[in-house]
Design a protein around this ligand. Sequence first.
Ligand code: SF4
Ligand code: SF4
Length: 373
Amino acid sequence: METRVQETLGVEPSLLGFGCMRFPTLEGGAIDEEQALAMLDRAWEGGVNYFDTAYFYHNGKSEEFMGRALARYPRERYYLTSKLPTTLIHSLDDAKRIYAEQRARLQTEYLDFYLLHNLNGARWREMVAAGVVDWCLERQAAGEFRHFGFSFHGSYEEFHEILTARRWDCCQIQLNYMDTETQAGLKGYRLTEELGVPLIIMEPVKGGALASPPPEVMDLFAPLRPGASASSWALRWAASLPNVMTVLSGMSTMVQVEDNLATFQHFQPLSGTERAAVDRAAECFRQKVRNGCTGCQYCMPCPAGVDIPGLFQVWNEYAMFQNRDRARAKWKDLDEEERPHRCVSCGACEEKCPQSLPIRADLLRAGEELERL
Ligand code: SF4
Ligand code: SF4
């Protein structure tokens, strides 16, 4: 397993990190623990030692599950990250209460990394004003977590504001070969490099959207690396950036675990020719996709019951793959009350969307297009 030594932090995490938000689930939504444990064990055997959870993942069940799962491994041999849900924090008391809940769930003496989750400029200023940042630094000084950072969804300008406000141990941004100009983007990546802040990449496969590309994209990839999955190309693109400490993959199946291990066990950065192929692939995708929904679920639940990410997934997949039967079947699968016409245009979803999507307008377009199928 490729690792990236971080001398400033005294850590050596695996370049592949296990994102703990997309475990297989049982009917009703609970984590399928038998399968998830088997996947974690396989990743561990393959050298994965970085595990990323958060208060929100799996409706609050990921932290508790990961506490139990990781207790089976020697504590000094893995890195555990969790995150303070800043969208729920409006006072120092909120932070203290939720942090105590997280510690009770995780049942570990210390965390390796603790991040302020889903920061943008406004949330950052709110955390500073509420005294949450200073209080976190006290917790770090007390040894409750070793490294302090933040995960980010916002504009480059906001990213610059936060990253330059203090000396961070690490930060986490969304970056993939399609999203080089959105959010922090490659400009944000270069800023982390300049400031020497180790970077964790999330959504390297764009919530799975880059895992099943149209045939013309695979035609670009296949001759250069026969048999390699589309995901492996996306992961290698992200992991080839030298200031990247860890690339997170929210693995949902054992097949994905095996594929990712194959990519990272003998990791090869992209060659110049391969990079050019990825640039052409990105162009192919850009010409097709309808909107940039990553399926992150931050907009959910919708008070009117609309399945926003589900609808956008069907819409975008149809745009990319033009598979009418599949799109029609998926559209039919959506319950009547999950469809766009139930939207009452309250706007709550748009305030929470890290991609700043015009969700209401896009829902109308998606509904009209999919209904025509
Ligand atoms: S604007 Fe529509 S889709 Fe968005 S939260 Fe409100 S009702 Fe739901
Ligand atoms: S619409 Fe926005 S918030 Fe909702 S799932 Fe898509 S990207 Fe996430």
